[in-house]
Design a protein around this ligand. Structure first.
Ligand SMILES: Cc1cc2nc3c(=O)[nH]c(=O)nc-3n(C[C@H](O)[C@H](O)[C@H](O)COP(=O)(O)OP(=O)(O)OC[C@H]3O[C@@H](n4cnc5c(N)ncnc54)[C@H](O)[C@@H]3O)c2cc1C
Length: 410
């Protein structure tokens, strides 16, 4: 067998999702040699998360990227509406946030990642290796000193002063590093599919709740990206009842889309996305740091996971760029990233668990018509109250700011 090819960089990031690409961009922008490994060959696949929140847009503003970013096709959501049976409630109003963009930009994640990777590629020290899968870690005397990977040409060994695991909720690297994970539980999974959207079709509430049913419908211009929430582990039983039964159930739930639902031709068009909520006890080991979902897998609730991953990337870059440039990175820098980001992640997860367990689990078991919970009815009635969820969802807790320099692209 051929010997592995070898490479070196100051920071090797595994995972070309929001956390990995953003961190790679910021570090290369600060003048560091960065390699990002992404196991897929492109970004064009069904991702989880199309919601670019005001917190991320504010960072793009700080980076001078905002106007270019907003030229990409997107749908601006200024107010979140949910329907419980026939009753619609407004649950968040972003129009009063103290931030440059007072809306959520709905954009397919592949466009978002393509944009960010394009900015990063302008820096000569940035390398994104697509179709390259990290398979393990290189450890010497208790310290992680590199990543083993595989691409079409064979095995690779990449040595780095810092390895970052940004490889998502099923992180290979955190598992190889033997890190302890606390599973926080999730009562649901999501079926992910598209329905055609006719020109001029009426707006749909982003979320719709009925007896035993929840549907999220994201407007992507010529189609609705739908997430249909099912009880955890319920997929096989649903599938066994057949596609016809599923289509019928969905059409009864959303009669306005019955024609589009009838066009779902087979199960290949419907993907099962498993929901997981967990958190590492310790996010780092000497030489290795986990961020994004690899450190704290987020529930889809409130569509905050992508934005939290971006915040982790900014906090990491702020903390490690200087020490990496000075070849002086120590464990304390990694511990500081965890200390800074653990609290926002834990608080957000706690709120997600509250909604999951108090609202979602209840609705999925409900056989009668559902009504909006009292708290949501109050929020709907009192405009001032709608600013609080807008702040929590749109800006999150402890928003980060760019503190790394830009060395320029030439
Ligand atoms: C059903 C569902 C819907 C969601 N909807 C939303 C939403 O609307 N908005 C929102 O903000 N959040 C949403 N989330 C949460 C969101 O998906 C995550 O929090 C977010 O994607 C985390 O970003 P990340 O960069 O940490 O990880 P990921 O986005 O998971 O990216 C990890 C990357 O690593 C790559 N990778 C994995 N293993 C390897 C390997 N061994 N080698 C190389 N590459 C590897 C993967 O291919 C992937 O590109 C949703 C989650 C679920 C489950």
């Amino acid at each position: 067998m051929a010997a592995p090819r070898k490479a070196w960089c100051q920071c090797c990031i595994t995972g070309g999702g929001p956390a990995g690409i953003m961190l790679g961009y910021l570090l290369a922008r600060a003048g560091l040699d960065v390699i990002v490994l992404e196991k897929h060959a492109d970004f064009f696949r069904d991702f989880r998360g199309d919601t670019i929140h005001p917190s991320t847009l504010a960072l793009f503003d700080e980076l001078g990227l905002l106007s270019r970013f907003l030229q990409l096709p997107h749908h601006a959501v200024r107010e979140l509406r949910m329907a419980f049976g026939p009753t619609q409630v407004r649950i968040a109003d972003f129009r009063y946030l103290p931030t440059p963009c007072r809306f959520i930009a709905l954009m397919p994640q592949w466009d978002f990642l393509d944009f960010l990777a394009g900015q990063a590629r302008a820096y000569p020290t940035f390398a994104l290796r697509m179709a390259t899968e990290a398979t393990g870690l290189i450890e010497e005397q208790g310290r992680i000193v590199g990543v083993r990977a595989r691409d079409d040409d064979g095995e690779l060994e990449i040595r780095a002063d810092l390895c970052v695991a940004a490889d998502g909720r099923h992180s290979t690297l955190r598992e190889r590093a033997g890190m302890r994970v606390r599973d926080l539980g999730a009562p649901m999974d999501v079926l992910w599919f598209r329905l055609a959207r006719r020109p001029g079709a009426a707006d749909q509430p982003l979320g719709r709740f009925g007896a035993g049913e929840i549907l999220i419908a994201i407007d992507r211009g010529d189609y609705w990206q739908c997430g249909y929430v099912i009880p955890k582990g319920g997929y096989e039983a649903l599938r066994a009842r057949g596609l016809e039964a599923f289509r019928g159930r969905l059409a009864r739930f959303v009669p306005a889309l019955a024609g589009e639902i009838a066009a779902l031709a087979n199960w290949d068009e419907i993907k099962l996305l498993t929901v997981k909520v967990d958190r590492l006890e310790r996010w780092w080991r000497p030489g290795l740091l986990c961020i994004g979902d690899a450190a704290h897998a987020m529930s889809p609730i409130a569509g905050v996971g992508v934005n939290l991953a971006i915040q982790d990337a900014v906090a990491t870059a702020n903390e490690v760029a200087g020490p990496l440039l000075d070849a002086a990175l120590g464990d304390d820098h990694l511990a500081r990233v965890q200390r800074r980001r653990q609290w926002p992640a834990a608080l957000t997860q706690r709120l997600q668990l509250l909604v999951q367990n108090r609202v979602i689990a209840g609705v999925l078991q409900e056989e009668e018509q559902v009504r909006p919970p009292m708290a949501l009815r109050l929020i709907d009635r009192l405009p001032l109250l709608r600013r609080l969820p807008a702040r929590l969802i749109g800006l999150g807790v402890r928003p980060e700011h760019i503190a790394t320099p830009d060395v320029g692209t030439s």
